[in-house]
Design a protein around this ligand. Structure first.
Ligand SMILES: [Fe+2]
Length: 438
């Protein structure tokens, strides 16, 4: 596989997700601040009401109970009421006091509009619970056109035995209470807003820092990747140079085959063009043809340059060159498309070739092209111990091999090239010879 530079495709997405988190955290923190402020405000309001109830309860049992409760009974005398009227002062937020019996009868009151303030349900609640409580109450005005809001605080008047004998009602103007709650609410909201804003700024700072670090690390990774890619390309260049050297060494060991690889490449390309191969396919084909016998580098001279037929053991050694050549070329990633052609360039159409005995269309097309070009050059090359075939003899042999040694398609394409462009396939020494192609 061809090495590629590292591409930071995920960086923008990661940074975007980071900022989405920061924005989302702002929304979540704002919602949290709203909820917390509401809870704190409500809690403060409940506490104020509870405090009022406790104060009234204390007032009931320290001031009123000693005057109005005798034993386990409520005893109200005129002199007591007069004394109570003097005792109970009326500060600004104090609207009035009333004392109710268990049956809901009003015993004593400094409240205006007695009938309107009768609250039997609250009286029952005081006797049932025996504890003070406070609530806001809407009281109709005397003219009946509207209502006024009061804080109504209830507390039991208890006997020495602890049993409630009467219910005390204290009405307070809520203005002071409302102002107090409003001040507390404002303070709570400001405090919560400041705390949550600081928290969000901290988060945003963390997000910004992480984004900056991520970008820097990515740049470092890109630089490192580029360096590795350059190093990888340098290794590829060195490997290519090594293979070219090995190929030259193979040809140098047999001077009579000098130029064989280049001629095979030239013939293979002419046939490949005739078959309509694409430019990338022709590039791979050229590489396959040029280095098809590079695996012969490991074959002893006694076998490689032996005149005449090889012994079976020598032939076996010779056959190893296809696997060795494929292995050598596979070291260069940009040559990966040529590996199979080099390994199979000695297969035969009839299945009698090597190394795998592939037959027919099982043989890769580029391997079949290289095989024919290789055979053609071998047939037409003169050696000191064996003169090469004449072009017409070689041509007849190619035709004869159609469908048994060679792919019919490749033979047809070769013959077409030989007929139309004989110079594309003829050996350099025979440039003046014409084919009897038909
Ligand atoms: Fe070969």
């Amino acid at each position: 596989m061809t090495p590629r530079a590292y591409r930071p495709a995920g960086l923008k997405r990661s940074v975007a997700q980071l900022w989405t988190f920061v924005v989302a955290s702002a929304a979540i923190l704002a919602a949290g601040a709203l909820v917390l402020s509401s809870l704190l405000t409500q809690s403060f309001r409940d506490q104020v009401l509870d405090d009022s109830a406790q104060e009234v309860g204390l007032f009931a049992n320290s001031v009123l109970a000693p005057t109005l409760v005798r034993g386990n009974r409520l005893v109200v005398r005129g002199s007591d009421l007069t004394r109570l009227g003097r005792t109970i002062r009326t500060p600004e937020d104090f609207a009035g006091v009333a004392v109710w019996t268990r049956e809901g009868s009003l015993v004593f009151s400094t409240l205006p509009g007695r009938r309107q303030l009768t609250a039997r349900r609250d009286v029952e609640a005081v006797f049932r619970s025996g504890t003070p409580f406070a609530e806001t109450t809407e009281v109709p005005r005397r003219d009946g056109t509207a209502t006024s809001r009061f804080l109504s605080v209830w507390a039991p008047l208890t006997a020495a035995s602890g049993r409630p004998v009467a219910a005390l009602q204290v009405l307070l103007h809520p203005d002071e209470l409302d102002a107090s709650i409003a001040r507390a609410t404002r303070t709570v909201w400001i405090a919560v807003a400041v705390v949550f804003a600081v928290l969000w700024l901290f988060l945003a700072g963390l997000g910004h820092g992480a984004a900056v670090r991520l970008t820097r690390q990515n740049e470092a990774l890109e630089n490192r990747s580029r360096e590795l890619l350059d190093a990888s390309r340098e290794v590829e260049r060195n490997l290519l140079g090594t293979i070219e050297t090995l190929n030259a060494a193979v040809e140098a060991r047999d001077p009579y085959t000098a130029g064989h690889s280049l001629r095979v490449r030239s013939v293979a390309l002419a046939v490949g063009r005739e078959l309509g191969l694409t430019a990338p396919q022709l590039g791979s084909l050229a590489t396959s043809a040029l280095f098809h016998d590079v695996g012969k580098i490991g074959i002893p001279d006694s076998v490689l340059t032996k005149p005449g037929a090889l012994e079976p053991a020598e032939a076996a050694v010779m056959r190893e060159h296809v696997d060795r050549g494929a292995e050598i070329v596979s070291k260069v990633s940009s040559f990966e498309g040529s590996v199979s052609a080099i390994r199979h360039h000695h297969e035969r159409w009839d299945g009698l070739g090597y190394p795998d005995g592939l037959r027919g269309d099982e043989i890769p097309l580029d391997a079949a092209i290289v095989g024919l070009a290789d055979a053609w050059d071998a047939m037409t090359t003169h050696r000191p111990y064996a003169r090469g075939l004449s072009l017409n003899e070689a041509l007849l042999q190619i035709r004869g091999g159609r469908g048994n040694q060679f792919s019919p398609t490749v033979v047809d394409a070769f013959l077409e090239v030989a007929k139309r462009q004989p110079t594309a396939v003829m050996p350099p020494d025979d440039g003046s010879v014409s084919f009897a192609a038909s």
